[in-house]
Design a protein around this ligand. Structure first.
Ligand code: HEC
Ligand code: HEC
Length: 220
């Protein structure tokens, strides 16, 4: 019954099926892993706020860096060892961070699972939070951003490609807690960012952080 051609077609379709089901299995396990995150971070990683950040649309490297920092706390040697031992982590930057819940949550995931989660959320689009902003403060913040922050947080803080998170459209209360952590030393930042934060304070005083937050909150 089988001529050469139909045998070939049969083999090809079996191969095709294996390939498709493999890919589907990977997506299914990624979305199953990610399911646990959505309770707090919102459907598709778009948070209903206000203290929980939206995590979709950030870069893979940034999400991996964050998860490793939460998982290993300030054990810098351990994180360095992990980064050095895995070529996939080669370009990951580690900055210790304070957290309320993520330190405990991150303990539950292996490095391989962290990679899968990072890829999954990085591929979903970022959506700006629906929140009010003060126009005058946002204007003052725009000029502070341009002078002190744009170099690393490109396109008004909306670019993910700089591996420095996404600031534009992020929830203002989350940004406020985060900037408080930076200013109190509870979260580490790049040396050059620290310098720019100090210069922003020096030029606009106590209004600097408020105005920057309003600038980010104002972007839709
Ligand atoms: C119980 C609620 C909760 C769950 C569940 C949760 N998160 Fe979080 N996540 C938070 C909060 C709150 C923060 C802010 C840091 C903190 O206070 O812990 C955060 C921060 C983050 C950040 C940092 C974002 C940034 O802008 O730097 C990442 C990345 C993240 N979570 C990823 C995940 C992933 C991946 C999962 C699932 C494996 C997850 N979270 C599950 C509440 C949660
Ligand atoms: C030299 C580069 C650089 C400069 C300048 C810089 N940043 Fe950053 N910023 C970073 C990097 C890198 C990260 C990611 C750190 C990490 O992974 O924890 C970051 C993270 C952040 C975060 C945390 C985002 C999140 O989702 O948790 C905020 C908020 C922030 N920066 C605000 C600012 C502001 C405001 C300025 C200007 C006053 C500024 N940065 C200037 C490099 C920079």
């Amino acid at each position: 019954m089988f001529n050469k051609l139909s045998l070939q077609a049969l083999i090809l379709s079996i191969l095709g099926f294996c390939f498709i089901s493999d890919a589907t299995a990977e997506t299914a396990s990624a979305s199953m892993l990610a399911d646990t995150c959505l309770g707090c971070h919102g459907p598709n990683g778009i948070s209903h706020g206000p203290a929980t950040p939206t995590i979709s649309g950030m870069s893979e490297l940034y999400i991996i860096g964050a998860m490793l920092a939460y998982k290993y706390g300030d054990d810098e040697d351990k994180v360095d060892e992990i980064i050095e031992s895995d070529p996939d982590f080669e370009d990951v930057e580690y900055f210790a961070r304070a957290s309320t819940v993520m330190d405990r949550i991150a303990q539950g995931y292996t490095e391989e699972e962290i990679k899968i989660l990072a890829k999954y959320f990085a591929e979903l689009p970022f959506e700006s939070a629906d929140q009010p902003a003060n126009d005058d403060q946002a204007r003052a913040g725009a000029s502070l951003h341009e002078t002190h922050c744009e170099k690393c947080h490109e396109n008004g803080g909306s670019s993910a490609e700089d591996d420095a998170g996404v600031l534009a459209g992020q929830w203002a209360p989350y940004l406020k807690y985060t900037l408080d952590d930076y200013n109190s030393g509870d979260r580490d930042m790049p040396k050059k960012m620290k310098k720019q934060m100090e210069e922003a304070h020096a030029s606009a005083g106590d209004d600097a952080m408020r105005d920057l937050i309003q600038f980010y909150a104002n972007q839709k």
